[in-house]
Design a protein around this ligand. Structure first.
Ligand code: GLA
Length: 739
């Protein structure tokens, strides 16, 4: 899959569908030549390097008047030495100089993937091949660029390691995971941005000269800008056209940017955000960047997502959880908030178990003096007033109901009014000589300090060793603004953000090692840290605190661009909805939650008999669909981001192609609507399928090319009983009859 043509100085990474091509330029730097549909040889440097003599705008070196890096397409560009664009790295030596010159030294090609010291994707030796290129500067610094290409999936992953083989120290001020210069700028950038309770909305804008970026400087990958983006051609849609997708496997500060230069070259790069980042690299030390996951397709966004979904399920989520169907959950947060007793919890769980729920998750409020958000975080011992039998006693009572038991924790945080703060006031992040802000009355613990993690780990193990816990919901509800550590010396303060995330990964490592059978769900005020690195430890994430059926359409739709449904926690909650006050039907809320892990977040003891019966039915339905939803291919048929956003359509097709499940959603009911035709995808044209509501089997071609007829709710005489008013959804089960 990886071929080096020594004569041409060309590395060609390819599988059956894609090619990624790098060249060693005459000055020893690496050029980016190509990322796209598979190319066949012969390949020569002049096919990719367009001569661009820019006269007075180019700087050149003596002896080589026609060679300027500013006019080249580069693979890991440096600022200065003739390139004026934003560089992939920025280093400073002891004398204050930022001028370096990394040249190709050697390379190796290995089967499978090389291991890195951060959460990263993994592959067996027959699933991938890796190219490692070593570049060297005369200071003794060595850059190692790693590229892995996967056999069955159109994925290239990249990361960078820098090692100081010299005898002087250097500062790293920027070290991107990946950078590539695409040959034109005829792209639209699709980004996934938002906020708390409106995570990952999809925005599409054309590229223009200059820099466009998504970033986070909050200490978390954030709900504001997801660490991923797609470059697509203007005409690329779900089913056709070119697109490149990139996502950074990292949970901290990030930057992904596109720069269009005056040669119409698009430089796309991503990695740890250089903001507030300064890392000292002493002799013999190395620094490892996170991994960038990249995919190319000319088959549209649906293919791009299918590739990424399979990648997450096979190469990101820990092997242990790959094929584990997610349990149906009742979470007590919106049912009780902080106000509960053991009896109330058991009452909720008992009712839930009668409805068919499989796991009870005890949310915030079980520890320390946590009766409000003013106190408790950092005191990870059971609140015996609320739970006189401890988590041990409660978890036993829940298991006696034949349910699994899950527990909420927020290990990275501290409230001031706690025992932990009394003893360790210096453990929170912030400059003690300045004002330190809080969020929801809480502060961030300094996870760059090992003793802090040790202490939290010890407290948690005392609870977890003692009880029967099947699942943890790991929350994180405050971002870092006053980034200052009392545990780091003054020349290391620029390392805090990254060291903090390394500390978070350290605690994840320790907990997942000690409790290999506990499944973790990551959460950060909902989907504020929903990234591939989290998925590596926690195979699912709380997609958003917003559980409104309408709002979730946008959130889940755009999240599905990079994440499979099995990673997206989705619950049915009460009405009026606690985030937007909207009243939607139980049916629609269930039909939206179906496309995820499924569960409930409401007081089930207060339901009327009709709702109880409906919930039992929903659970039965989801249970029968679960394998299909969690393992099948997801199709975005109608987008809530298109037009007026009134209709959304989602479909899952099993890998075998035998079953499919489809839902059509309508936000507002409109008068005298014309009949609509809802076209499906992913079926076999000639096969016959049995479809809910249709008497006779119909062909896949009819379902895909003509579509399912959506009659208006009101036909002038009577209102259709299944389609009353606003917030409607209609579901269809589809089964192949015979070929
Ligand atoms: C965050 C989470 C919620 C809930 C609360 C508890 O907001 O996203 O699901 O756990 O914290 O405080």
């Amino acid at each position: 899959m990886i071929h080096f043509d020594q004569e041409q100085g060309i590395f060609h990474l390819n599988n059956n569908r894609i090619s990624y091509i790098i060249g060693v330029l005459t000055n020893g730097h690496l050029g980016h030549f190509y990322f796209g549909k598979k190319l066949y040889g012969p390949l020569k440097q002049e096919m990719f390097r367009t001569p661009q003599n820019k006269g007075l705008t180019s700087n050149v070196f003596d002896g080589n008047p026609s060679f300027s890096l500013n006019n080249e397409r580069l693979e890991y560009p440096i600022y200065g030495t003739t390139d004026f664009r934003d560089p992939a790295f920025d280093l400073e030596n002891a004398g204050g100089s930022h001028i370096y010159d990394f040249k190709y030294k050697l390379h190796e090609i290995i089967q499978g993937k090389n291991k890195i010291s951060l959460p990263a994707s993994y592959a067996d030796d027959d699933e991938a091949e890796t190219l490692i290129v070593y570049l060297q500067d005369e200071s003794g610094l060595e850059l190692m660029l790693s590229y892995t290409i996967f056999t069955d999936l159109d994925i290239i992953t990249r990361h960078t390691l820098i090692t100081n083989e010299g005898d002087e120290s250097h500062y790293i001020q920027k070290l991107m995971s990946a950078s590539l210069d695409l040959k034109d700028s005829d792209y639209q950038m699709v980004q996934f941005s938002g906020d708390w309770i409106k995570e990952r909305h999809q925005y599409t804008t054309p590229l223009r000269p200059g820099i466009q970026s998504v970033y986070s400087n909050r200490g978390a990958s954030s709900s504001n800008h997801h660490p991923s983006l797609i470059l697509k051609r203007k005409k690329t849609c779900e089913t056709k056209g070119e697109a490149i997708g990139m996502t950074l496997m990292y949970s901290g500060n990030h930057l992904i940017q596109c720069e269009v230069d005056s040669n119409n070259i698009t430089r796309i790069m991503g990695g740890i955000s250089p903001h507030h980042f300064k890392w000292s690299l002493e002799p013999k030390e190395s620094f490892q960047t996170p991994e960038m996951i990249m995919t190319y397709t000319d088959n549209g966004l649906e293919y791009l997502s299918h590739t990424l979904h399979d990648f997450v399920r096979k190469h990101v989520v820990a092997k242990k959880w790959q094929n584990v169907l997610r349990p149906i959950v009742l979470n007590n947060w919106e049912a009780t908030y902080f106000d509960f007793t053991e009896e109330k919890i058991v009452e909720l769980a008992r009712e839930a178990s009668q409805l068919g729920v499989e796991m009870f998750v005890l949310d915030d409020g079980w520890f320390g003096n946590r009766n409000s958000d003013q106190t408790g975080l950092g005191d990870w011992f059971v609140n015996m007033e609320k739970l006189p039998n401890g988590i041990k006693g409660l978890s036993k009572r829940i298991h006696d109901l034949d349910m699994k038991f899950g527990l909420w924790i927020e290990p990275e945080m501290i409230n001031k009014n706690t025992k932990l703060y009394d003893v360790h006031p210096d453990w929170l992040i912030g400059d003690p000589t300045r004002k330190i802000s809080h969020g929801r009355n809480q502060y961030v613990l300094d996870f760059s300090r090992k003793e802090v993690i040790d202490h939290i780990f010890d407290q948690l193990t005392k609870v977890l060793d003692d009880a029967h816990v099947d699942y943890i919901k790991w929350d994180m509800n405050k971002n870092i603004t006053e980034a200052y550590s009392r545990g780091l010396s003054k020349n290391k303060q620029g390392e805090l953000f990254h060291r903090y995330i390394l500390g978070v990964y350290d605690l994840y490592e320790r907990l997942t090692k000690r409790y290999p059978n506990i499944m973790i769900e990551s959460c950060a005020s909902g989907g504020g840290r929903f990234d591939y690195a989290m998925m590596y430890y926690a195979p699912q994430g709380w997609t958003s605190d917003n559980t409104d059926g309408v709002e979730r359409l946008k959130i889940q739709h755009a999240t599905s661009m990079f994440f499979p449904l099995v990673t997206m926690a989705s619950h049915v909650s009460d009405v009026p909805n606690h985030q937007v006050g909207r009243m939607t039907s139980l049916k629609m809320r269930g039909d939206v939650a179906n496309f995820g892990t499924f569960g409930y977040e409401l007081d089930v003891t207060k339901l009327n008999e009709a709702d109880k019966a409906a919930i039992k039915e929903q659970i039965k339905t989801f249970t029968s669909l679960r394998d299909l939803i969690h393992k099948g291919d997801f199709y975005r048929l109608l987008s809530p981001f298109d037009g007026d956003g009134n209709n959304t359509g989602w479909q899952v097709v099993s890998k075998s192609g035998h079953q499919s499940f489809v839902t059509w959603y309508q936000v507002l009911s409109r008068p005298n609507e014309p009949v609509k035709y809802f076209k499906l995808r992913g079926l076999d044209e000639k096969s016959l399928y049995r479809v809910t509501g249709m008497e006779e089997p119909v062909s896949g071609s009819l379902l895909m090319h003509q579509g399912i007829m959506i009659e208006p709710s009101f036909n002038g005489v009577e209102m259709k009983p299944y389609a009353l008013g606003d917030f409607q959804s209609r579901t269809y089960f589809i089964e192949k009859v015979y070929d």
